[in-house]
Structures are given as structure tokens and as C-alpha cells.
Design a protein around this ligand. Structure first.
Ligand code: ZN
Length: 271
């Protein structure tokens, strides 16, 4: 016997609140930012052993969101995109504006969780916290490509994705992000079975590009790596078109996000 449902209204009590530098939804960058989650004292025992996790799912109530929406254009990312149903994308506005964000847990002090990557404003009620488990990882899922109109936003997202995958902000990571941006200019979505990538150079560069393209070695075979000490290069192939991106010279870490593509790379495109 199922219990009878007497009401379609559920009561949620926030277990904490977000402390953030962002005051309005429009201020929050796509990649989120550093924030503190203050857990109310009556729920603090629920944090026991939480530091055994590096990443957490944070469920929030986006209290300023529009609840009357069922279809939206993801305009914050790109106003040229078509409409999507709110259940098909991660728009803030929806009938029950529950936010679900994966954050890094940096440290815990008493009832305060210091987190990174949280896309919530000051005062956002927190409903629940759950750990992120490795068995939840789907390496190469099918997703719509909600392509940001601005290249800087694409770079921000690639940087976040690359850091999640590679876990260090090394020269290989920055070169990989820059190469992925160029490949995105030519081919669009990088996570597609038609796009094949061959990387020569450092293991860091290869690891980052594999993570950014979600390219497996098999099923289908999309990724190849040649261990090379002299050359840092990625070759991208789709529909008979070939894009070759070769690093011109060694640069220091800080310089890799600033220069124009042509200063860093020799770019060759064959149709
Ligand atoms: Zn590295």
C-alpha cells in the first residue's frame, strides 16, 4: 500500500544560507564563484565527516527566479539560441526553482562550508547537500550545445571543465584550453562522435584535450596521443576537414591566456 497523498504542497525548511559576493542573479558568472554556505546550528550534526568529500551537490531554492516559465531562450549565454523547455536545460526560472550545483569543498570551519564554483547570490536558501560520487561520472554524455556567444565565456567554461578534469592549472592545461577554443571556432561542439583528435606533446596537454572533448580511445575511437618531447600539437578531423594547431614557442603560465591565437600557434585548416 502506498501512503495516500493528501496534498500536492510540500514543506521545505532551509538547512542553511549562501554567503556570496553576488547580490543579483545577473551578477553571477556562468562558472560560479567562491562562496560560504552557513549551515544553521540545528543541522550542524549533519556535517559529520563531510570533509571526506572533495565535491558536493548543493540544492538551493532560487528565491528570485521566475516560476511561470516553461520555455526559455538561454539568453544569458547566447540570445541567438532557440527556445528550450525548462526541463531540457539548466535555466534558473522554472515552476520549482530548485538550484542544483556541483561545488568543490575547499574547507570547513564549524558550521561554515567554504566552496568554489557556486552560482548563487547572497541569501540564497540551501535545501540539501549531497556528496558527488565517482560512479556518477558519465565521461561522454549527449548534451545540447548551449554555445556561449562570447568567446570569453566559452573560454571560462572550457577552463572550468579542464580544471575539473585535470586538477592543476599548468601550461598544458592553458594550451589545451586555447586549442579547444580554436577548434570550437572551426567545428563547433567538441563532444561529438564525428570529431577525432590526435595530440602530440606533453601528457598534460593530451589529458586536458581528452577531457575537454570527452574523447574516448575506443567506442568510438576518437582520441590518439603521441608522446613527443619536441612538438606540442593537436590535429582535429571532421567530415574530411583537417585542423592542425601547433604551438610556436614556450611561454610562461600567465602569458598563455592573453596573446592572440596567431601569436601562440601555427594554425592550418584544410577543407
Ligand atoms: Zn598538468
Amino acid at each position: 500500500m502506498f501512503p495516500s497523498v493528501e496534498t500536492d504542497i510540500y514543506t521545505l525548511k532551509p538547512i542553511g544560507i549562501v554567503k556570496s559576493e553576488y547580490q543579483e542573479p545577473a551578477d553571477v558568472p556562468i562558472k560560479g564563484g567562491n562562496a560560504v554556505i552557513e549551515i544553521f546550528s540545528e543541522y550542524q550534526q549533519g556535517l559529520l565527516r563531510i570533509t571526506e568529500n572533495s565535491h558536493l551537490w548543493i540544492q538551493m531554492w532560487f528565491h528570485k527566479a521566475d516560476r511561470d516559465l516553461l520555455k526559455v531562450v538561454p539568453g544569458k549565454v547566447n540570445s541567438d539560441l532557440p527556445e528550450y523547455g525548462v526541463f531540457a536545460i539548466r535555466a534558473i526560472g522554472r515552476p520549482n526553482p530548485i538550484g542544483l550545483t556541483l561545488v568543490g569543498l575547499e574547507r570547513v570551519e564549524d558550521n561554515l562550508l567554504y566552496v568554489s564554483g557556486l552560482d548563487a547570490i547572497e541569501g540564497t536558501p540551501v535545501l540539501d547537500i549531497k556528496p558527488y560520487y565517482e560512479q556518477e561520472i558519465v565521461f561522454s554524455p549527449h548534451t545540447p550545445y548551449i554555445r556561449p556567444k562570447k568567446r570569453e565565456m566559452r573560454q571560462e567554461i572550457f577552463l572550468k571543465q579542464a580544471l575539473n578534469h585535470h586538477q592543476e592549472k599548468c601550461a598544458g592545461l592553458l594550451l589545451g584550453v586555447r586549442m579547444a577554443l580554436i577548434a570550437d571556432d572551426y567545428f563547433g561542439q567538441l563532444n561529438t562522435s564525428e570529431l577525432k583528435i590526435t595530440v602530440s606533446g606533453s601528457a598534460c596537454l593530451a589529458d586536458v584535450l581528452q577531457g575537454l572533448c570527452n574523447a574516448r580511445l575506443a567506442n568510438p575511437p576518437r582520441f590518439r596521443y603521441n608522446d613527443a618531447s619536441e612538438l606540442e600539437q593537436s590535429v582535429w578531423e571532421k567530415d574530411g576537414k583537417l585542423l592542425t594547431i601547433t604551438v610556436k614557442h614556450e611561454a610562461t603560465n600567465d602569458e598563455l591566456l592573453e596573446p592572440a591565437d596567431e601569436q601562440l600557434f601555427i594554425i592550418n585548416f584544410q577543407e
